[in-house]
Write a protein that binds this ligand. Sequence first.
Ligand code: GTP
Ligand code: MG
Length: 351
Amino acid sequence: MDYPQEVRNCTGHHLHCWPCCLHLLQPCCRFGYSDELLLLPEVLVPPLALLPASTAEFTQQGIDFLTQMFAKHDLDQDQALSPQELVSLFATCPLTPWGPEVYHQAPTNHRRWLGLPGYLCLWHLTALLEPTRCSALLAHLGFDYHAPALPAPPPPLAATKERRAEAAKSSPKAVYSCLVVGPRDAGKTTFCQRFLGRDHEATSLIPVDELPKATVNSVMVYGQTKFLVLLDTDITTAADCLTPLQTSSDVVCLVYDSSNPRSFEYCARIYLRYFSTTQLPVLVVANKSDKGVVRQDYILQPEAFCAKHKLPPPQRASARLVPAKDIFLKLATMAAFPRFQAAWMLFYRGR
Ligand SMILES: Nc1nc2c(ncn2[C@@H]2O[C@H](COP(=O)(O)OP(=O)(O)OP(=O)(O)O)[C@@H](O)[C@H]2O)c(=O)[nH]1
Ligand SMILES: [Mg+2]
């Protein structure tokens, strides 16, 4: 077949050759584009083998790539991505993957823009919750999984080791998930926003359709930076089912309203149903402590329940009082040292 000159010269290279590629599909496929000029992730992105109890985390290579992308698109070098700079960063992706809800998922600067810490937090969240999509996004952003180099360059994402019942005393992961469960109106969503330093007023201003189901921030655990992802559940009765993904979190936070006598029973029932026979660390939070603490209508009071089940004592929290930052440190410590209760000694101090 006699192709026009530009087709014969075609190197099959990315978007520059699209007119030729409409004739010659082979180069497109070779470079990971379909005949609709969409990236084919299965061609460009090597599959990430994840075992059921393992998660995907960024390697140093991945973090370096993301940091370079941040610097490249922070045109005014104010150490933050404005909404326009964020659009420009994702311009090579089929859709902008981060909508307005991301500003309620990770820490932001005084202008409510993403600085490098919040931006990296969001990437850790994406890798944890949607590893396949995360790998494909990196390819859209220009990460070359097939760069010719000897030895082969490390991938941007790697699978963590599977968590086993007899796991080592400390876990080498950097990103941990925390399931936040509690009865309706216990203050779970406000508690998750508190992790980003926002009080109940700031939370009440978030449009309902932007209320996130996950929030992420970094926490220093014994000198190491860890990322904690809070998963805000919305099961309405203790009889509703938690999904396997939810019950395989690294740590569980049972939140009840300490000013409502009917609140703790829900947490007790969830604990007995899902977590009393697992080795997952569990922390009970007595929320809305600014409204006072009332006796709970349950066979055991929260303190006695925790003592009976060898859980740390209930932690008081309030979105109206000084930030309960230490609770998040406690949760991250429990996640990082799931079987090393001596590392949790800080729990019994200043609660
Ligand atoms: N006084 C007081 N009010 C709080 C506190 N935390 C949350 N609230 C209020 O309690 C109400 C419910 O808070 P949410 O954070 O939406 O509770 P939730 O558990 O996520 O509620 P659902 O998602 O509907 O189950 C809101 O009006 C909050 O402002 C607190 O620490 N103190
Ligand atoms: Mg909620």
